[in-house]
Design a protein around this ligand. Structure first.
Ligand SMILES: [Zn+2]
Length: 156
């Protein structure tokens, strides 16, 4: 691993600026929000030129509706959006489906409409819970599986 040296900030910055309203980088980067995340089936290339990337973030510009697909690492490093916390949450439930989906992922996937308001409430009341009833565990599994299916389906 080349400690992030494969990530060409200048190239990413130019690509993002082209799609932004502002021409000032500090201002322009605030125009972007995380719209969607997915894990690519086949390696893709980040706007910075780095390849392969698997953890893809779809960003949308809140002012002009433009979209950009950027690797998880660049999103965190250069745009300051914490998409990494969502990928951490996903890895955690993939490794152990009986674990609760973390808070960042819970809010994000609720915003995405992947989780229903009932499921969001369920997460709210069971996040820190260790002793779950069999029924609650079943629901947690179902929620986790739904999220795992969702992020893979986006890659097709
Ligand atoms: Zn990149």
């Amino acid at each position: 691993m080349a400690g992030g040296e494969g990530h060409n900030f200048k190239q990413l910055k130019e690509a993002i600026l082209t799609l932004s309203q502002a021409t000032d980088w500090e201002l322009a980067k605030k125009e972007w929000k995380l719209k969607q995340i997915y894990e690519a089936d086949e390696a893709e290339t980040c706007l910075c030129g780095h390849t392969p990337i698997i953890e893809i973030c779809v960003l949308s510009n809140t002012l002009n509706g433009q979209h950009a697909e950027v690797g998880n690492r660049c999103v965190k490093r250069f745009l300051g959006l914490r998409s990494d916390l969502i990928f951490v949450g996903i890895k955690r439930i993939r490794a152990d489906i009986s674990k609760a989906l973390n808070t960042d992922s819970t809010v994000f996937f609720y915003e995405q409409g992947v989780l229903t308001s009932w499921e969001y409430q369920f997460q709210n009341s069971t996040l820190g819970k260790r002793a779950m009833s069999p029924k609650q565990l079943e629901i947690r599994h179902r929620i986790n599986q739904k999220v795992l299916d969702y992020i893979q389906r986006q890659g097709i």
